[in-house]
Design a protein around this ligand. Structure first.
Ligand code: HEM
Length: 482
């Protein structure tokens, strides 16, 4: 029986492996935990129920490749509860969970334009400058630094002038910190509301009647907080700036609520993705001194005595592969969620998987990227694995196709620009270990307790201490988002 269950769940007769586990996905565990458990108990393709619809949780290459590749146009939406999406302001707004196809396409185009190559050039230069300025605050003595926070600050300091024409210093410490914390809070509210069944509201109401906290109200307050922070940010932009750059003119024509949601999603999608990936990569490089030396040698060969520019950044293949390895082992987006907008048939080893319109998919990228059938010796950190075309093709940290990460090229350039400066100009060490580090798997995967790094400037580049910009979350009495 167990054998048959496994065969069905692995694709022999996938339509028969049905089990009703909506509760597990929404109330007992979060989506990433539930998908990982079913991967272990049922195999690579499991049929379930989520948001009242048939759902496949899968780490099967054939399914993932189809949804990202030949079938991609049929999977342009993501599953979400309408009441929850409305509570976080995403229902038929923005890009990420927009359920209205025409509006999604229009808004995606807006993002694509704002992230086109001229903006990438400006973005990588802003990232480099912010990093140099931060590095110049250190000396030749070892100092403790909250690296996770530092990376978060650098990415926000890049995004603000790039998209909003605002220098982060103009905001002041308190406002910048509030902006960063409110985005983190919104992330949690998003994870909270996204898949909760409507019945949850009744439990929550009963709990509040009995004197307990209303989780819905708490999450709603986080949404309101980020909306206010974005309103403040937008109100700072002088009239003439609304016609410069690409992002501001394109959102200017929208209604206030739509414009605000687009900005929340831009910061949400960009802030804690690149910075967390950078953190994981730095932990990896602190452990792997050999790899770090190879990367420094690659940078030196590429810059040939000049300031590193965008063309040199693009040529850093080894660095590309090191970032890929950290994303493979610790993907900041461990689950890709999609909904079929048309009927489809996905070819499997034996037969095909028939997909009805409205079927949901949870693409379990986390387990897929460490499956030894697809990525041999998965726990080895091996940047050279991407020379193998099969592993390179299967590797999917940003998704692929018309619903893939719209910021992936920007993210890679920004991370490389920051890494280049850090690797050349800082020595760093930490006790944290990438393999054993505890992380919280949900829609996003963040470290549970990021440890401090010790850093100092390298003698070669040290030009004395510069003017300090202090990390905002360490420098004021405002409460941090939990
Ligand atoms: C290391 C950094 C990043 C990682 C690993 C990452 C990963 C992802 C993943 C896995 C998705 C879902 C893709 C899919 O469904 O196929 C996604 C979507 C998205 N990402 Fe990223 N991302 C990163 C950085 C960024 C940045 C810097 C931006 C913006 C500047 C951004 C903007 C977006 C947006 C707007 C979407 C939604 C696209 C849509 O629904 O059409 N991301 N990202």
């Amino acid at each position: 029986m167990a054998y048959l269950m496994k065969r069905w769940s692995q694709g022999g007769h996938p339509e028969r492996s049905f089990s009703k586990r909506e509760f597990d996905f929404t109330l007992r565990w979060n989506v990433a935990e539930a998908a990982a458990r079913y991967r272990l108990s049922h195999g690579r393709l499991v049929k379930l129920r989520l948001c009242g619809k048939t759902t496949f949780a899968t780490s099967e290459a054939k399914v993932i490749e189809h949804i990202m590749g030949p079938g991609a146009r049929n999977y342009l939406l993501r599953p979400g509860q309408h009441w929850g999406l409305a509570a976080i302001g995403m229902l038929d707004r923005g890009i990420i969970w927009n359920q209205h196809l025409d509006s999604f396409r229009k808004n995606r185009e807006c993002f694509q334009n704002a992230l086109r190559s001229s903006e990438l050039t400006r973005g990588s230069s802003l990232a480099r400058k912010a990093t140099c300025r931060w590095i110049s605050t250190f000396s030749l003595q070892w100092e403790e630094v909250d690296m996770m926070d530092a990376m978060g600050e650098l990415t926000v300091r890049t995004a603000l002038p790039l998209f909003f024409e605002i220098d982060a210093d103009e905001l002041g410490t308190e406002e910048l910190r509030e902006l960063r914390n409110s985005i983190k809070g919104y992330f949690k509210a998003w994870e909270f509301f996204l898949l909760k069944p409507p019945i949850y509201r009744v439990f929550d109401f009963l709990r509040s009647l009995l004197g307990g906290p209303s989780r819905c109200k708490e999450a709603q307050a986080k949404v309101r907080r980020v909306q206010m922070a974005i309103d403040r940010l937008l109100s700072r932009i002088p009239e003439e700036k609304w016609s410069s750059g690409i992002w501001l003119p394109s959102i200017r024509k929208m209604s206030h609520v739509d414009r605000r949601q687009m900005c929340i999603e831009l910061l949400l999608a960009s802030a804690d993705t690149s910075s967390v990936t950078l953190y994981y990569t730095l932990v990896l490089l602190a452990q792997r001194k050999d790899l770090r030396q190879e990367l420094v040698a690659e940078i030196e060969a590429s810059r040939a005595g000049k300031v590193i520019d965008e063309a040199s950044l693009r040529s850093l293949d080894k660095m590309d592969s090191a970032l890929k390895e950290s994303m493979r082992l610790k993907p900041v987006g461990p689950m890709i969620l999609r909904t079929a907008i048309a009927e489809d048939a996905i070819p499997l080893e034996s037969g095909e998987l028939r997909v009805a319109r409205g079927t949901h998919f949870i693409l379990n990228i986390r387990d897929f990227h460490v499956d030894k059938e697809y990525f041999p010796s998965p726990s080895d950190v091996s940047p050279d694995r991407y020379k193998d075309p099969s592993q390179n093709r299967l590797f999917t940290p940003f998704g692929r196709g018309p619903k893939s990460c719209v910021g992936q090229h920007f993210a890679m350039l920004e991370m490389k620009a920051i890494l280049c400066e850090v690797l050349q100009r800082l020595e760093f060490r930490t006790k944290q270990d990438l393999a054993t580090m505890e992380t919280r798997w949900d829609i996003a995967n963040h470290p549970v307790a990021p440890e401090a790094f010790e850093v100092r400037q390298t003698e070669k580049f040290c030009q004395g201490r510069g003017e300090k910009f202090r990390l905002t979350s360490r420098s004021s009495g405002l409460p941090e988002e939990q």
